[in-house]
Design a protein. Structure first.
Length: 282
């Protein structure tokens, strides 16, 4: 599933392509993607609206538009789900088989494609209010982070996936941050010491900032011209080759730890794979 860095890079890519563009047509091919927004309300609010901005909150994309009829701001929330992708293509290019929503922008189309339809494109933004602080913002501080952890008996790796704790941290970066902090993913959140929490706070911020700077964990391609079932393939403009090589533990079970040489181990926590070094992370 796309995590914070992938969504951030996508937002930065789409923002200049969409801002100032007017939606001249709305083609919804999978109405379930809009839930809970009714189809008529979706079309009425967006037809003729102009894109004015784009931001990321956690793993969500927030498209800001101005209504043609009322002139009032409209927020469109997008979530890629597990296999979704969003891209701008020339209008004369054939639409992908699993195009869920297509916005006509004149000579171009803005396409939301999703092979498994687990994502969302909706006017309901209530989920954003439930998110925790952005991990790279000033709102994410060690003291408040510690208070939240002290209230939980969950394993720390599982707790990090709680989006009300900190927004946007997913499975890949939770494992990577814990490795940086030398903390066992099995350790109960409320048993972390102040020193461990500070190291973990730094680890979260460091691994996310590094992934954004490096072009995310996997190469990105925003054209939509090739299908591999994922939103990410190829690479974004100006990004170095394949950030995945920089991952220290994720998906490296059985390979030597690059810090101590001990084999990386894989376990399952809350139905998700966790990768860690049992020698370094205690």
């Amino acid at each position: 599933m796309p995590e914070l860095p992938e969504v951030e890079i996508l937002a930065r890519h789409l923002q200049p392509l969409l801002c100032g563009k007017t939606i001249r047509g709305v083609d919804v091919r999978r109405a379930k993607i809009l839930k809970p927004t009714p189809l008529p309300k979706f079309k009425d609010a967006l037809l003729g609206a102009k894109f004015t901005g784009l931001a990321r909150r956690g793993k969500y994309l927030l498209f800001e538009l101005r209504s043609k009829t009322s002139g009032k701001p409209v927020t469109l929330l997008g979530h890629l789900g597990m296999t979704g992708r969003m891209f701008v293509a020339q209008k004369n290019e054939p639409l992908p088989k699993h195009a869920a929503v297509v916005f006509e922008l004149g000579r171009q189309n803005f396409i939301y494609e999703d092979t498994r339809y687990f994502g969302r494109m909706t006017l309901d933004v209530s989920v954003v209010a439930k998110l925790g602080p952005e991990p790279l913002s000033d709102d994410f501080q060690p003291a408040t982070f510690a208070q939240a952890l002290k209230r939980s008996r969950q394993a720390i790796k599982t707790k990090l996936l709680d989006q009300s704790l900190v927004a946007g941290v997913g499975n890949i970066y939770a494992s990577e941050a814990l490795f940086r902090a030398r903390i066992s993913p099995r350790l109960s959140a409320n048993r972390l010491t102040s020193a461990q929490i500070k190291k973990l706070w730094r680890g979260i911020r460091g691994v996310l900032a590094g992934a954004i700077a490096g072009g995310s964990t996997v190469p990105l391609n925003f054209t939509g011209g090739k299908s591999d079932g994922l939103f990410y393939f190829g690479r974004g403009p100006g990004t170095p080759d394949f950030y995945e090589e920089r991952l220290r533990v994720y998906d490296r079970a059985g390979t030597p730890c690059n810090r101590c040489g001990f084999p990386i181990k894989r376990i399952v926590q809350a139905a998700r794979s966790t990768f860690y070094c049992p020698h370094c992370q205690i």
